[in-house]
Structure formats: C-alpha cells, structure tokens
Ligand binder design. Structure first.
Ligand SMILES: C[S@@+](CC[C@H](N)C(=O)[O-])C[C@H]1O[C@@H](n2cnc3c(N)ncnc32)[C@H](O)[C@@H]1O
Length: 370
C-alpha cells in the first residue's frame, strides 16, 4: 500500500527522453479537447447528493479522507503565504476546476479575501455560486465564477480584473484532464502560472502515473481495479504516449470519465516554462503518514477514517477488506477498507512556487530559478 517511487515503470519512464519523442501525442491526430465534452457532460449530469445520501456511499470515508488531504495541503501552503505577508494584505486564490465548490468552506476558514472559481461544467459552476451565495458570516471573501475549459481558454482574459495578482492557484483532482494534448497541457500550465505573483504557489492533486503503470504491469491486463475503482486503458500500455495516454476511470458512484496519464517530468518541464519550480511532490500514502499526527483532530472531525471493529455496526466494506486491521494489538483502530486505500493511494500531491523574473530584450520573462 505504499508509494511506488523507483518502481520498474518509473525507471522505464525515466529512460524515455522527452525531447526525443517523435510525436508527443503518440502519432495519433487529435482535435484539441476531443474528450472535454465527455468530461463536461459527465460532471454536469452528476447529481448533487446531500450528507445523508453521501454517508451511505461505499466510499464515504475515502471521500472524506481525500477532503482531509486537500484541507491539510491547502492550509500548509496558505499558511506559508500568510507567514510571508504583512497583516491585512490581500489573499487571492484561483480554484481551477472547482467543481460544485467543495472547497469554499476551506477558503472561508483560511480567511482568504478573493476567490476565482472556474470549471468546464456550467451546472457545477452554477451550484458553486449558489453555495457561495448561501454562505454566511462577516469574513466572507469576494468571488467570481467562470464556466470555461481551462485547457483551451486563457483564464486571465475572463477575470474581472485581468491584472490581478494571485497568491495561490489550486487545481484539485483535475489537472490530469489537460494531458490529452501538448497544447492543452501548455494552456493549463500557463493558466496556473501567469497571474501568480512571485513567491505564490500552484498546488494540485493528480493521479500518480507511475503507480497506475505499476498496477497495470502487475495485473498484466488493460483493465484492473477493485470493488470501488477501475481503470481501463485505451492506449498502448507498453509504450504510452506522452500526451493522450488515455484510460477510462471509474470510481464508485462519482466518476466515470476518460482521464490521461501525467508523465510527471513533463509536467515539471511545462511548469518550468512558466516560471514554476517544483517544491513538493508526495504520494497520498506518504502525505498521510507524515501528517496523521498533526492532522489527527481534523481526521476525526472530517470522519476520514472508519472504526474497526465498528461497535457492532455494519462496516462499509466486506469483512475481507479489513485483514490489515484485524491483527492490531490496540483493539479498536481507525482505518480505511483495503479497496478504498488502494483507490486513494493512486494519487499524489504536488506544489510549485512562482519564481521572480527579469525581462529579455524581446520582452520575454527570464525566470530566476536558483
Ligand atoms: C474530480 S472533479 C474535482 C472538483 C473539485 N476540484 C474538487 O476537488 O472537489 C474534476 C473537475 O474538473 C473539471 N474539469 C475537467 N476538465 C476540465 C477542463 N478542461 N476545464 C475546466 N474544468 C475541467 C470537471 O468539470 C470537474 O468539476
């Protein structure tokens, strides 16, 4: 259940030189954003479920766990930003691919001053705006809402104030959609970076391509997974293209969409082009182990782990899903079922910091990476 850093697939991937690839899209001609409409329809049609319904979901704890990771990661970087600011300074955030606004309360608690919410799914953006309008409290931040494809559109041109400087850009569980093609990934990286002020951060949670490929190699099949998730490859798994390495991702009751592998060294290169320097990359599994003590109270409050045994109440998974918890000597423990852990440990968190720049004779930024 641990991260697969240094796995065979990663070593194979590392051997593949980015610049020598004859065709970054694997030789297949694609229309930019070919899959975007499928993704847009999927999220637009996704029913908004209330807490009562969510708490019956097979992946109730995993969704809370993912939310815990997001909260901890957001707070880690918002904390760094606040520590570097003077009292009373603005704290402006772009939530790129914000969905229905699941992170609005996190921003309110962090006392940000302005939020830009963007998403390709207009229904989600509308629901996000309704949620924002229903938020009460004197510390409420100002906000703007934009429905558009961040892999095709220059977001800056849509902002109320295109000269606005942002402190944080967050893209949660969504950046991988842009790896459909080079032009889309480039557009998204530019959107993540161009309004960030030097010192600001771009943070993201994405599926870990090395872990996905490791599991595919183990399964030796195009399709693999468990009772809560399934991945079915729609590209050559022996030699996946750098862009457009498509797979169909199914997650119990919430996702059924085409996604794309994010070859991380390439993401790093794209970010570098726009002055973003990698400062953190950690698997969800390692992030949990690093932060479970400091985030213990929040884990409890967010109901991010399941009690085992569950005081006579039924468990969310079959009994066989808790073998790892059976032999512990502590009696009652908090855990996730095996299938949920396998699904959540597919992901990684990463953070990039915007560098300072000077300008060359042609007016192009020259970034100061140390
Ligand atoms: C898994 S959801 C995550 C939503 C939210 N960030 C969260 O953490 O709850 C992925 C989101 O990405 C959005 N999305 C996918 N492709 C997009 C694109 N090309 N441009 C903008 N949004 C996109 C979807 O509409 C969906 O709301």
């Amino acid at each position: 259940m641990s991260d697969s850093e240094g796995s065979g697939s990663e070593q194979r991937a590392r051997k593949r030189p980015v610049s020598r690839s004859p065709s970054p899209d694997g030789g297949i001609k694609r229309i930019a954003g070919e899959n975007s409409s499928v993704v847009q329809s999927h999220y637009n049609e996704l029913k908004e479920s209330g807490l009562a319904e969510r708490s019956k979901s097979r992946i109730f704890h995993m969704r809370n766990f993912n939310n815990w990771v997001k909260s901890m990661f957001l707070n880690e970087f918002l904390g760094k930003i606040k520590n570097s600011q003077k009292l009373g300074e603005h704290l402006r955030v772009l939530d790129m691919c914000c969905g229905k606004g699941g992170d609005l309360l996190k921003y309110e608690k962090a006392q940000i001053t302005h939020l830009i919410c963007t998403d390709i799914a207009d229904v989600s953006i509308e629901q996000c705006k309704v949620r924002y309008d229903q938020m009460k409290g004197g510390r409420k931040f100002t906000a703007e809402f934009i429905a558009c494809d961040s892999t095709l559109v220059r977001l800056r041109e849509k902002y109320k104030d295109p000269s606005m400087k942002l402190n944080l850009v967050s893209c949660q569980f969504a950046f991988h959609y842009c790896f459909e093609s080079l032009s889309q990934a480039d557009c998204m990286a530019r959107n993540a970076s161009e309004c960030l002020q030097p010192g600001g951060y771009f943070i993201a949670t994405i599926p870990d391509a090395n872990e996905i490929m490791r599991r595919q190699r183990l399964a030796n099949e195009n399709s693999f997974g468990n009772s809560v998730y399934n991945i079915e490859f729609c590209c050559d798994t022996e030699n996946p293209p750098l862009f457009g390495a498509k797979y169909q991702f199914h997650l119990e009751g919430v996702v059924d969409c085409p996604e794309f592998l994010v070859y991380f060294p390439l993401l790093e290169e794209l970010c570098k082009k726009y002055g973003l320097k990698l400062v953190r990359k950690t698997s969800f599994a390692d992030y949990f182990h690093e932060n479970k003590e400091s985030g213990k109270m929040l884990l409890q409050r967010m109901n991010a782990l399941e009690s085992y045994p569950n005081k006579g109440r039924p468990l969310f998974g079959d009994d066989s899903e808790y073998e790892h918890a059976k032999n512990n000597k502590l009696g009652n423990i908090r855990t996730l079922s095996k299938s949920e852990w396998e699904a959540t440990s597919l992901y990684l968190v990463c953070a990039f910091q915007k560098c300072k720049n000077t300008w060359d004779a042609n007016g192009k930024p020259v970034y100061e990476f140390d």
